[in-house]
Design a protein around this ligand. Structure first.
Ligand SMILES: *[C@@H]1O[C@H](CO)[C@@H](O)[C@H](O)[C@H]1NC(C)=O
Ligand SMILES: *[C@@H]1O[C@H](CO)[C@@H](O)[C@H](O)[C@H]1NC(C)=O
Ligand SMILES: *[C@@H]1O[C@H](CO)[C@@H](O)[C@H](O)[C@H]1NC(C)=O
Ligand SMILES: *[C@@H]1O[C@H](CO)[C@@H](O)[C@H](O)[C@H]1NC(C)=O
Ligand SMILES: *[C@@H]1O[C@H](CO)[C@@H](O)[C@H](O)[C@H]1NC(C)=O
Ligand SMILES: *[C@@H]1O[C@H](CO)[C@@H](O)[C@H](O)[C@H]1NC(C)=O
Ligand SMILES: *[C@@H]1O[C@H](CO)[C@@H](O)[C@H](O)[C@H]1NC(C)=O
Ligand SMILES: *[C@@H]1O[C@H](CO)[C@@H](O)[C@H](O)[C@H]1NC(C)=O
Ligand SMILES: *[C@@H]1O[C@H](CO)[C@@H](O)[C@H](O)[C@H]1NC(C)=O
Ligand SMILES: *[C@@H]1O[C@H](CO)[C@@H](O)[C@H](O)[C@H]1NC(C)=O
Ligand SMILES: *[C@@H]1O[C@H](CO)[C@@H](O)[C@H](O)[C@H]1NC(C)=O
Length: 515
């Protein structure tokens, strides 16, 4: 035997000793799972060595086996496709992770799957398409959205999106590693955040830990709020241009930035900001535009429009709240509230799901008598607002919720209202299983463009794992990676605590305390 062969033998013996167990064959293990009993069908499998998958310039740092399968549901003719990524045995740590969808769903979020695969936490990662194809989401006033005309497909969009594929994905995971995963986690944002609440409410046995980002769980009324905002800005006089929105946010920050003792063009807690938009009203000395074309005040119609967006929709008969409004400091990104979001979500929901009439004219919506139609025809299929999380709590489940204060898509107040409803339901403190983290200057599922210095990555999943597996309740979270590319970190606090700057470098999360 020559030297090279001896060396080769030594190495292979050594690596055989280090490996706890060989990784199974990616393409043949599937035959050992009874997929039919799970309503599932195998589609294909592909093995990816490290660095061989490139999603938006991010490569896989872990070698894995990808399995695609589908699940039949409804009357048996509806199909949900899912992907499952199984790391090599050496990188697997006995944890199952599912990721959710965004918007109208229809696609598997492989970028989010890659984040979890690469997290170093040893997850087998699954994600599905929520039971319909994105190609069916041709969206806008007057357009037919097929999945909103099929009750099973409508339910699969949010309520059952994750639960439909989880049993099959868990069974495949167990077959691959020869044992059931010890822990199951879920992470999703926006529509995915609502899917997270739906899991806790309706499928409480499936997951041990859930991260629900930006959860507009009163989805049907979020849609009403988009319509409300569009209707209140739908004229030349009430239209809020980008220049007006900029002027307003600047004035709000001038008034409230330093309430927390730190001048950083950021409002720590907008609830403590008593900004009065009437202070921006035009008068004899100030007309809307200065001679050089700069905005210097708001007309009465513009002020009324802004007040409608801050307040949110109310019933026209008795004034009760139908959804909260948007927070101080979020104005600069309100343009999408002035029609685009109503066109993309509210009007399609009313025409397809509520009234089943593509010619339905949303300007005829009656803000008292028609609300019940929305609740019955849409709410019961797509909302997840019950505060009764007792089954999930009894199961030992833990939940982390995040919400950006400057979110221009979901009013930041709604997750706080839901948190308070949950506290009321449980008669007090729920921090043993449920914590909400509000993000000052945070946007919709991450950084807001106007607050580029605010870290947009919230380190929720590692905290959730520590909570579930070691019982360490999270009272603060690290956030990193602002849009400006700086190394700024921030401390996020379990609501109602907020971060107070103590001393040292203001861009270091250790310079803050939660109180
Ligand atoms: C895995 O199994 C397939 C199908 O049985 C086979 O063709 C392939 O060679 C196997 N791959 C490895 C690496 O053993
Ligand atoms: C399979 O589908 C049937 C019929 O829709 C349903 O009753 C059953 O619960 C499903 N099984 C699983 C494991 O999801
Ligand atoms: C596996 O199936 C999925 C879902 O149908 C498809 O998108 C994907 O391209 C397939 N992959 C391969 C390698 O065939
Ligand atoms: C990954 O894909 C991007 C395009 O999305 C490309 O610019 C980049 O070079 C690729 N990286 C590697 C290592 O292949
Ligand atoms: C399901 O599909 C089969 C075959 O395409 C068809 O005959 C049947 O009517 C469908 N059932 C329903 C409820 O759509
Ligand atoms: C805005 O006004 C136009 C023209 O009157 C009307 O066609 C449209 O439906 C209105 N949009 C909303 C969201 O009310
Ligand atoms: C509002 O202003 C924008 C430009 O900022 C314009 O595109 C839009 O048509 C205007 N809408 C109304 C209802 O005047
Ligand atoms: C509004 O403010 C943003 C961010 O500072 C800036 O990029 C944009 O040009 C401003 N737009 C107008 C119309 O003033
Ligand atoms: C007039 O409006 C400007 C701009 O909104 C404001 O600063 C000023 O205080 C107002 N003056 C009076 C007398 O109301
Ligand atoms: C425009 O005029 C206002 C006062 O009327 C002044 O404060 C502002 O600096 C001017 N802006 C520019 C760009 O000249
Ligand atoms: C307003 O009316 C609705 C629907 O009848 C009812 O649920 C709500 O409690 C009422 N609110 C108030 C403040 O009267």
């Amino acid at each position: 035997m020559n030297f090279a062969n001896t060396l080769c033998l030594l190495f292979s013996t050594a690596s055989a000793l280090v490996l706890p167990q060989t990784t199974p064959n990616c393409t043949s293990f599937v035959t050992s799972v009874s997929l039919a009993s799970l309503n599932a069908t195998f589609l294909n499998a592909t093995y990816y060595p490290t660095g061989s998958l490139n999603v938006s310039a991010i490569l896989n740092t872990v070698p894995f086996c990808e399995v695609y399968a589908s699940v039949s549901y409804g009357t048996g003719n509806d199909t949900l496709a899912f992907a499952l990524w199984l790391p090599d045995t050496l990188q697997y740590e006995d944890r199952f992770m599912a990721v959710g969808n965004g918007g109208m769903a229809g696609t598997i979020k492989i970028g989010d799957m890659l984040t979890q695969l690469n997290s170093g936490m040893g997850f087998a990662v699954a994600g599905g398409n929520a039971g319909h194809l994105a190609s069916a989401n041709i969206d806008g006033p007057g357009l037919y959205l097929p999945y909103l005309h099929d009750a099973a497909q409508t339910s699969a969009w949010i309520h059952n999106a994750i639960s439909l594929f989880t049993p099959a994905a868990k069974a495949l995971t167990a077959a691959y590693y020869g044992k059931t995963a010890r822990y199951a986690y879920y992470v999703g944002c926006s529509t995915g955040g609502v899917q997270g609440f739906a899991l806790a409410l309706y499928h409480s046995e499936l997951f041990d830990g859930i991260v629900a980002g930006t959860p507009a769980t009163w989805y049907s009324h979020l849609a009403l709020s988009f319509l409300w905002n569009a209707q209140h800005t739908n004229s030349t006089a009430s239209n809020l241009t980008q220049a007006i929105l900029n002027f307003t946010t600047t004035a709000v920050l001038d008034a409230c930035d330093t309430l927390d003792g730190l001048e950083d063009r950021l409002i720590e807690n907008p609830l403590q900001c008593n900004f009065d938009i009437d202070s921006l009203a035009c008068n004899g000395s100030y007309s809307s535009l200065s001679s050089n074309g700069t905005i210097e005040c708001l007309t009465a119609d513009q002020i009324e429009a802004a007040k409608a967006i801050y307040a949110g929709p109310t019933r026209s008969d008795n004034g009760s709240e139908l959804y909260p409004g948007y927070s101080l400091g979020s104005e600069i990104e309100w343009l999408t509230q002035e029609g685009p979001l109503a066109d993309a979500l509210s009007i399609p929901l009313l025409q397809n799901l509520v009234y089943d009439d593509l010619s339905y004219d949303s300007s005829t919506f009656n803000w008292a008598s028609d609300v019940a139609d929305v609740d019955r025809k849409a709410g019961s299929f797509i909302d997840a607002i019950s505060p009764d999380l007792s089954a999930f709590r009894k199961h030992g489940g833990k939940m982390i919720v995040t919400q950006g204060w400057a979110d221009p898509t979901n009013p930041a107040i709604w997750p706080i209202e839901q948190f308070e409803r949950i506290q009321d339901f449980f008669d007090g403190d729920v921090s043993d299983f449920f914590n909400l983290f509000m993000v000052p200057g945070g946007g919709h599922c991450g950084a807001a463009p106007y607050y580029p210095g605010v870290p947009g990555t919230y380190h929720t999943v590692p905290k959730l794992v520590q909570w579930v597996e070691r019982g360490e309740t999270p009272d603060e979270l690290l956030s990193t990676s602002p849009l400006d590319g700086s190394t700024t970190t921030r401390k996020l606090c379990a609501w109602p605590a907020t971060a107070r700057y103590v001393s040292g470098d203001a861009s270091d999360w250790d310079s803050y305390v939660c109180e």
